[in-house]
Design a protein around this ligand. Sequence first.
Ligand code: FMN
Length: 178
Amino acid sequence: MLSTLALLASSRRHGHTGQLIDRIARELAVEVIDLAALRLSAYDYEHRNRADDFEPLMMRVLAHQQLILATPVYWYAVTPAMKVFLDRICDLLEIPELLPAGRRLRGKNAYIVCTSVCAAPAPQFMGSLCETFSYLGMHFNGVAHVNCGDGLAPALLESTAGAFATHVRQAAPAPLPD
Ligand SMILES: Cc1cc2nc3c(=O)[nH]c(=O)nc-3n(C[C@H](O)[C@H](O)[C@H](O)COP(=O)(O)O)c2cc1C
């Protein structure tokens, strides 16, 4: 299996999304990093926040071939913690010494693991993440979504996590974008 890392960004560690990504991660034997447990400050045009946990986190991300972003849908979008993480990727595109690291995102497989109270994740949510992956040269390779309108049903958790884990395990390296 391609080496894989999961990032979780929910307002509760063991809520619906946390349970879903934990079940997937157990199946795949991959690490889940809880963004809420890190010191990640908002994007700063002057980059005065370089001493926080973002750069060490990115070094861990870049060591893997696949990245799973796990976030609930909050108002048709990712959570604030996930947005901060995505915003901070701009650091890798702007700070000269980090540019080589930024280029190493290209060609990685990217996945979305999400929960909401709708039958499918909001198109705006999916669209903004997929556009972001595309901009970064990453290959969007799949989504796992559970409708938690009636809570997180154990059978649905199991079937969704199992099918998604099989898909991630069988993934091939993405071709480098043009
Ligand atoms: C602030 C907030 C905004 C939400 N916005 C949406 C939404 O736009 N669409 C939706 O389907 N569910 C929405 N939900 C429901 C959550 O996506 C759903 O309950 C999810 O399973 C929560 O996951 P969590 O336990 O990891 O936080 C929202 C929940 C919260 C707390």
